[in-house]
Design a protein around this ligand. Structure first.
Ligand code: FAD
Length: 448
């Protein structure tokens, strides 16, 4: 290694460390292999050692030791990110944050948790008081709240509450800075956005305060349609119905449901489907909106215990995973459709790439408006064709967050780093040691 790992080990005496090369290499990976491009680019990246601090004091010790010895530090939680967010491009320390878990306190509508807490565990605890997280990624059963805030964007629940970016969806974040004498900062309200989707480049998050939603009894529903745009329009009508309490509205085009093994009997041959999570009390109004347009093929209370696969694990980026289980030749895109010509734009993209880009959409609120994001399945041929398809979407007004690149900038819809986050990084990680290479436009400001 190009770093003084022996010296670091001495500094971290008493903190659990893992340096078995096989384990370190394995944990240095995430779900970047969904991208054929990242799969090649990141294949041989690995940390030198894993540190597993058990509390915030130990996080501070790891940060201080890394700064002293100029060793990069990359935080890893459950490692379910899709763009190599948790892959240490320049080696060094992988900081496993998962021992920092548990609920600090909760009150009606708010919970404060340690950053390494699993999303499922948080919901199980808050549900006793009648609340749950406003939104979660489809990886809820394994992912952590810190990983979601630092590496994710939105998910199940975003049809009602929008993404993590919306004001009010992250109430506060507590971070440890990457300085010779690390500071502990509490970022509240707007300031909490400085760590949102920054891939852990702007501080090590140790705790989060998250807003909660009422925990309704959710009913999972599948409706089958002859035509995809009928499924889309019915979903749009449900999404727009403010009186219908919902958590998920996902139209999926045939032949994607053909890959949903366990759901086979509810996914008729040749039909596109609509997957929804609807509050039990709203089921009647929901069915009235669907009317004669489609046929309900499945209806049951949502379950997500350890042994049951919840219906949401067929939506968001789990749709890609279901397909990949039987065929590794496909990949995916991340799209955001224009709210003011939603139907036209969705139909236009389907017509433009028949059989090459297979549609499924996620209705979400964005800036107070209903729109749709999408993670379509893409039949992959070459990097050139992939980039051409991305460019054609952008020219047609569909924003793309490119999931085939490692930097925050290239992967954002705006192709640049958030100005607030870039400036903040200079204050909390002046040497650029946190997850180097991810905030590519950051230029280290120097002396500590
Ligand atoms: P990790 O992958 O371990 O880390 C993610 C990023 O956050 C890394 O850059 C890491 O360095 C950083 N990080 C983690 N913890 C901290 C911390 N405490 N302090 C600072 N930085 C930290 N994402 C969505 O947003 N919505 C979805 O619906 C969704 N669906 C998915 C479906 C599949 C099948 C897969 C494989 C991924 C999906 N994702 C989705 C991506 C990912 O699962 C989520 O973003 C998830 O919340 C990441 O959590 P994690 O604990 O696995 O984080």
């Amino acid at each position: 290694s190009r770093y003084d790992i022996a010296g670091l080990k001495a500094d971290l005496d008493g903190i659990p460390l893992i340096d078995e090369p096989q384990v370190v290499r394995k944990r240095s990976r995430d779900f970047f292999w969904y991208s054929p491009i990242l799969n090649t680019e990141l294949a041989d990246k690995s940390a030198d050692i894993i540190a597993c601090p058990r509390d915030e004091d130990e996080v501070v010790r790891v940060a201080a030791a890394c700064v002293k010895r100029r060793i990069p530090l990359t935080v890893r939680a459950a490692g379910t990110g899709n763009y190599g967010q948790a892959v240490p491009l320049e080696g060094g320390v992988l900081l496993d944050i998962t021992a920092l878990s548990g609920i600090a306190w909760q009150k009606p509508g708010v919970v404060r948790v340690a950053a390494g807490s699993r999303l499922l565990d948080i919901d199980m605890a808050t549900r006793e008081a009648g609340f749950e997280l406003r939104m979660h990624p489809s990886t809820k059963r394994s992912a952590t709240i810190g990983g979601f805030v630092a590496g994710g964007s939105g998910g199940v629940g975003s049809v009602t509450y929008g993404g993590l970016r919306e004001p009010g969806n992250i109430l506060a974040a507590r971070i440890v800075t990457m300085e010779e004498e690390p500071r502990i900062l509490e970022l509240r309200d707007d300031a909490a956005q400085k760590v949102n989707r920054a891939y852990g480049t702007t501080g090590i998050i140790t705790a989060l305060e998250m807003p909660l939603a009422p925990a309704w009894p959710w009913i999972d529903v599948i409706v089958a349609f002859d035509d995809y745009m009928e499924a889309f329009q019915a979903g749009y009508a449900v999404a727009l119905a403010d009186g219908v309490v919902k958590k998920l509205v996902t139209p999926i085009s045939w032949p994607i449901p053909a890959t949903f093994g366990a759901l086979k009997q509810h996914c008729p041959e040749g039909k596109s489907i609509l997957i929804c999570m609807i509050a039990e009390a709203s089921l009647g109004p929901f069915k009235a909106i669907i009317g004669q347009r489609g046929a309900v093929t499945y209806e049951a209370a949502s379950e997500e215990g350890p042994g049951t696969v919840p219906l949401y694990e067929y939506t968001w980026n789990h749709t890609t995973l279901q397909w990949l289980k039987g065929d590794r030749s496909i990949t995916y895109l991340q799209c955001m459709f224009p709210h003011d010509r939603l139907l036209e734009s969705a139909a236009e993209m389907i017509a433009r790439f028949p059989d090459e880009v297979l549609a499924h959409h996620e209705f979400i609120r964005f800036g107070g408006r209903m729109t749709a994001s999408a993670l379509p399945i893409l039949r992959y041929s070459t990097p050139e064709r992939l980039n051409e398809i991305i460019a054609l979407h952008e020219q047609a007004g569909v924003m793309i967050a490119n999931p085939h690149v490692v930097s925050l900038e290239a992967g954002s819809r705006h192709k640049r780093a958030d100005a607030d986050q870039l400036g903040f990084k200079g204050e909390v990680d002046p040497l650029g040691l946190l997850n180097p290479g991810k905030m590519a436009s950051y230029v280290a400001t120097g002396a500590v």
